[in-house]
Design a protein around this ligand. Structure first.
Ligand SMILES: Nc1ncnc2c1ncn2[C@@H]1O[C@H](COP(=O)(O)OP(=O)(O)OP(=O)(O)O)[C@@H](O)[C@H]1O
Ligand SMILES: [Mg+2]
Length: 456
């Protein structure tokens, strides 16, 4: 760290001189002035890392100087120096955002300790801000790879959600479809991005722990509560709470959660005091919440409260045209990460991927590419590098061949056609001539339709 610069502002020559001597010995660069107006000018010109500021000075007094400094640099720590018995004005200064104060005659060691702490906190704060803006860049919309109509709609919705500040979001989608990713993009692209993103997986913990994780507890609230603990709602103030696997949220806790969302207040366990926070709640689930609500396994009022903005992440098999883009994306990412010169994927391997059903969605695809790149040393990913269920697919499981029926909700013939073509390609292990024969089509017609549905 470069030598930190401290500005010392005091109208008494002796105090300036002794502070300068002492602080220089402790590794600071010291600038001094006896005049408030000049102090403001210096802050403007050199942006010191810390300021020691006398309250009583002729002309512009310390409080006015502090106000002016805050306008130039809201973060620089300012330690006030007050005359003996001048605590009243010191308190006023603290309210204006002074870091701390010392009374004259002061112990010079105490000033050194105060400065060291103030600077450390400033560095940490800077690091946190830098970390968050870095995260913000990492979680841009472009992280969500895909050009299919459905993923485009998802991205447009994410953009809108990020711009609207507070509404609760419910992310629904099968495992591995990108719910975590979507939640982080919403957070980091919103005005809340500079504040914390905290997450809790509701299925991983027993009820009492979930409550204390969410809302915190007072010391002694229960046997193991040896110290006070803040919950995620408190820690996330200004930011976002991500409730993953909300379908597993214990029923007993759901009314408290509903209240926290609706009234933006909650209580730590063992406390009678309401705490008010400003957080956005994003919940995610791969379960069918309305169905759970009908079965009384999830509170209907909570469901409606969460579902203000629903966002469904489509399974990968419904947007097969994104498979090649995702493959490209992960090949680039992992070949860079593993420092292996993998250039791409062999067309026959790509066809197998296009025909596969992806029960584990994008996560499964990502893992397959990662594994192929780690284990193999070829320039191109070949069918032999893929796991057996993809490289040599058996006939589709009987349940996957369910009879199609038209219901009140209607059926898209195109979806049916797309699905059957996918099944035929799978059965024919990607061989187009065979797949065409299975569908009673010519190979050209099959290829035309494969293009249409994104298999090519
Ligand atoms: N459209 C996408 N583009 C790029 N990467 C994606 C996309 N969707 C998901 N991923 C990646 O796939 C992996 C799984 O996604 P994620 O963890 O967000 O899924 P999830 O829906 O939360 O799954 P689960 O229900 O199992 O928690 C992550 O590494 C994520 O970054
Ligand atoms: Mg997840």
């Amino acid at each position: 760290m470069p030598t930190p610069r401290v500005l010392v502002v005091d109208d008494e020559h002796l105090i300036r001189w002794s502070l300068e001597q002492h602080l220089e010995k402790n590794g600071y660069e010291v600038i001094t002035t006896s005049n408030g107006r000049e102090a403001v000018q210096i802050v403007q010109d050199v942006l010191p890392e810390a300021v020691l500021l006398d309250i009583q000075m002729p002309g512009m007094d310390g409080i006015e100087v502090l106000r002016a400094i805050r306008e130039i640099d809201p973060d620089v720590p300012v330690v006030m120096i007050t005359a003996h018995g001048g605590v009243g004005s010191a308190v006023a200064a603290m309210k204006l955002g002074a870091y701390d104060y010392v009374e004259k005659p002061f112990d010079i060691q105490r000033i050194t300790v105060l400065l060291a702490n103030a600077l450390e906190r400033r560095t940490l704060k800077g690091e946190v801000t830098r970390f968050r803006s870095e995260q913000g860049r990492r979680y841009g919309l472009d992280r969500m790879v895909g050009e299919s109509p459905s993923i485009r709609t998802v991205k447009e919705t994410i953009e809108k959600i990020a711009r609207s500040d507070a509404a609760t979001v419910l992310l629904q989608g099968e495992s591995g479809t990108g719910k975590d990713l979507a939640a982080k993009i919403v957070h980091y692209q919103s005005a809340r991005g500079e504040f914390p993103f905290v997450e809790i997986n509701c299925s991983a913990l027993p009820e009492t722990l979930v409550e204390s994780e969410l809302f915190g507890h007072e010391r002694g609230a229960y046997t193991d509560a040896k110290t006070m603990r803040r919950g995620l709602f408190e820690l996330a103030d200004g930011g976002t709470v991500f409730l993953d696997e909300i379908g597993d949220m214990p029923l007993g806790l759901q009314p408290k959660l509903l209240k926290a969302i609706e009234e933006k207040t909650f209580r730590r366990i063992g406390s009678a005091r309401d705490i008010r926070v400003d957080v956005r709640v994003i919940a995610a689930t791969n379960k069918n919440l309305p169905e759970l609500a009908r079965a009384r396994a999830f509170r209907e009022d909570l469901f409606y409260r969460l579902n203000v903005i629903p966002l469904r992440l489509p399974p990968l098999r419904e947007r097969r045209e994104d498979v090649p883009l995702l493959v490209r994306h992960f090949v680039d990412a992992f070949s860079r990460e593993c420092r292996k010169p993998v250039r791409g994927i062999d067309p026959s391997a790509e066809r197998l991927l296009a025909a596969y059903d992806w029960p584990g969605n994008v996560r499964e695809l990502r893992n397959i590419i990662e594994r192929a790149i780690i284990l193999e040393n070829a320039q191109f990913i070949l069918p032999a590098h893929l796991p057996p269920e993809i490289a040599s697919p058996g006939p589709p499981a009987p349940e996957a061949r369910g009879t199609i029926v038209v219901t009140e909700n209607g059926v898209s013939l195109e979806e049916v056609e797309k699905e059957l073509i996918g099944q035929a390609l799978k059965l024919a292990a990607g061989n187009q001539v065979k797949a065409a024969r299975l569908l009673h089509l010519t190979r050209d017609v099959l290829r035309y339709r494969m293009k249409k549905y994104g298999y090519l």
